[in-house]
Design a protein around this ligand. Structure first.
Ligand code: UTP
Length: 290
């Protein structure tokens, strides 16, 4: 048995304003926008469950209650469906052991780092995972599972990274790499949105983290960073050196569903792979492309 504390809790920051998707996200949380027929948050929660995580902590804000409803039992819907002889299996992934969905509010969206800090009392003194639901990670096993396997080996703090062409790094957080061993890269530093010419690597931070609870203390006394927001990257950068810090290169695909084109790409890619519609969607795509 591993001596490390298992990762039992995942934090999902879902309090952002989703301004890039307005007006769609005026009344509907961005995290409930569906890729084909599953909302983004469902993909992220499924990924966490696959990694053995039991407790899902949503950091929500105004107008985000529908996310919690999604993981509740819809009594009228289920009763009506049962009466009509419809299969309830489609709702299976939305069911949870009572008490395992926990929400806290981030009253003002002061940034990702601040959103994570809002979950400090629930996270307590355990290592925990963070999943950003607008980054859709598709892989077998899933991204968080790959990270948990790496965590069991090296412990400490872990972030998932992807390798991108150098000219694209300037929109992302980038790692300063140390020793590389298979999918694991030691992290020596983190730089937020560097110009391509100054980037220390082409490995970008990609929305999945396993962090030690000390990050909460670091976030606590942190100044605001870029954009007047409390940045998670800044807090993580301050922890490097004090605790082991590694990046896991994700073997799989990532879709940036926080951007419109990424969202469309994910929809098309996943629809094309579906047994129930792939062929039809391919014919439609071919027809549209002329
Ligand atoms: P983003 O910056 O991609 O999301 O944050 P956003 O602010 O909602 O979207 P745009 O840029 O206005 O379109 C990444 C994740 O962090 C959450 C978001 O909900 C998203 O899941 N977040 C961001 C918070 O929970 N609180 C914040 O203060 C900021």
């Amino acid at each position: 048995m591993s001596a490390r504390k298992p990762i039992r809790k995942a934090v999902f920051p879902v309090a952002g304003l989703g301004t890039r998707f307005l007006p769609a996200t005026k009344a509907i949380p961005k995290e409930l926008l569906p890729i084909v027929d599953r909302p983004l948050i469902q993909y992220a929660v499924d990924e966490a469950r696959e990694a053995g995580i039991e407790q899902m902590i949503f950091v929500t804000g105004r107008g985000k209650t529908a996310i919690v409803e999604h993981f509740d039992i819809a009594f009228e819907l289920e009763t009506t469906m049962s009466e009509r002889g419809k299969d309830l299996g489609i709702l299976e992934a939305t069911r949870f052991t009572p008490g395992d969905i926990i929400t806290v509010r981030q009253q003002v969206p002061l940034g990702l780092g601040h959103a994570i800090w809002c979950a400090r009392a629930i996270v307590g003194d355990e290592p925990f995972a963070i999943l950003l639901p607008d980054e859709l990670m598709i892989g077998e096993p899933g991204c968080m599972k790959q990270m948990v396997v790496a965590y069991e080996e090296v412990g400490g703090n872990l972030i998932s990274v992807l390798e991108v062409p150098r000219e694209e790094v300037s929109s992302y957080g980038v790692i300063d790499p140390g020793e590389v061993r298979g999918a694991l890269t030691e992290v020596r530093g983190l730089v937020e949105k560097p110009p391509a010419s100054e980037a220390p690597s082409n490995k970008i931070v990609s929305g999945r983290y396993i962090l030690q609870p000390e990050v909460m203390r670091t976030l606590e006394d942190q100044e605001k960073g870029a954009g007047g927001e409390i940045q998670l990257t800044d807090a993580m950068a301050r922890m490097i050196g004090g605790q082991p810090f590694h990046a896991v290169t994700f073997a799989g695909r990532r879709f940036d569903c926080g951007s419109k084109t990424g969202f469309v790409e994910a929809t098309l890619a996943l629809a094309l792979e579906r047994d129930d519609m792939g062929e039809e969607v391919r014919a439609i795509a071919n027809r549209l492309l002329g």
